[in-house]
Design a protein around this ligand. Structure first.
Ligand SMILES: Cc1ncc(C[n+]2csc(CCOP(=O)(O)OP(=O)(O)O)c2C)c(N)n1
Length: 324
């Protein structure tokens, strides 16, 4: 695929930011300072980066319990993200959401979701809203292979197909739903093949290659913007960490993990950028330093932010309160 140096560098910056941000979240989580659970996206960065590179600021995404990567790829600020993950007042949702409910409507990021499959109907609704308003915005629903077996996906695909809604359904197939292998729980080898049941295109991209994801998403987004309806896009990927931080991971063996983590999309992209002369080792080191400094700043910002006052717990439930 023909891509400009700027596109390659921008994809790389997004993926590296996700990687370094999450490595830091994982580390800080172990200190006990971060409440709740955190689910790492490390290893899957090419999905969010490749898809969101095709989106505008006013396009929508809905996310999953594994949502930090989607936020970063959609342009959320790291300080406010980290403060949200720490449950602080200066967070994107004023500390009421945390990692699993992080959202930023100003970036079209309609929310992570602790309910498996919970974002799918929301993206369908966002696509319907764009159609009703007559805009050319599109909506992306990110969901896992486990969520692909929830009824809501099938209802949403059917509705989006008959109404030609501008929605891209992105199944991030990382091979497991928590500890359940996709091969055990899913009736077909490729979730994308289910698109045929709804008369819409079903495509597969290799999540080890961000350019393949970029190209597949470009076609799906163009189709949606042109009013031609939804696409089911399955990206085969692999999560390098446990299902959640602290997962003993007894359900997968070291050999499998070694083999699959060796094919790191971020590493391959860096190798290509260096080989093509789009950046030097020194440039990449400088970028890494810059992102690490931004992540350090985000952690300091989060720690310095106050916890929400418990007496305000009923605020921000209804839209008119959000502006207050
Ligand atoms: C409706 C619902 N059922 C079960 C759970 C518990 N649960 C949390 S994550 C998860 C696995 C989801 O797997 P998948 O959709 O493949 O996403 P992945 O974790 O692999 O990114 C389950 C079963 C939940 N949160 N919501």
């Amino acid at each position: 695929m023909d891509v400009s140096a700027d596109t390659l560098r921008s994809l790389h910056r997004t993926m590296l930011t996700i990687r370094l941000f999450e490595q830091r979240v994982a580390r800080e989580f172990r200190t006990g300072e971060i409440p709740g659970f955190v689910h790492m996206y490390i290893g899957e960065e090419a999905v969010a980066a490749g898809i969101c590179a095709n989106l505008r600021d006013d396009d929508y995404v809905t996310s999953t319990h594994r949502g930090h990567g989607h936020c970063i790829a959609k342009g959320c600020e790291l300080d406010a993200m980290m403060a949200e993950i720490y449950g602080r007042e200066d967070g994107l949702c004023k500390g009421r959401g945390g990692s699993m409910h992080i959202a930023d409507f100003s970036r079209g990021m309609l929310g992570a979701n602790a309910i498996v499959g919970g974002g799918i109907a929301l993206a369908t609704g966002a696509g319907l809203a764009a159609t009703v308003r007559g805009t050319d915005q599109v909506a992306v629903a990110f969901f896992g292979d486990g969520a692909a077996n929830q009824g809501v996906l099938h209802e949403s695909l059917n509705l989006a197909a008959i109404w030609r809604l501008p929605v891209i359904y992105v199944c991030e197939n990382n091979g497991f739903a928590e500890s359940t292998p996709a091969a055990y729980a899913t009736s077909v080898a490729d979730v994308a093949s289910r698109a045929a049941g709804y008369g819409i295109p079903g495509t597969i991209a290799d999540g080890r290659d961000v350019l393949e994801v970029l190209a597949a998403a470009r076609d799906a987004v163009a189709r949606a913007r042109a009013g031609e309806g939804p696409t089911l896009l399955e990206v085969k990927t692999y999560r390098f960490m446990g299902h959640f931080e602290g997962d003993p991971e007894k359900y997968r063996d070291d050999e499998e993990r070694k083999e699959l983590t060796a094919n790191d999309a971020l590493g391959s992209l860096e190798a290509r950028i260096l080989a093509d002369g789009h950046a030097s080792e020194a440039d990449l080191d400088a970028l890494r330093g810059e992102i690490e400094a931004a992540v350090d700043h985000a952690v300091e910002f989060a720690r310095a932010s106050a916890f929400p006052d418990p007496s305000t717990i009923e605020r921000y439930v209804y839209p008119e309160q959000v502006a207050q």
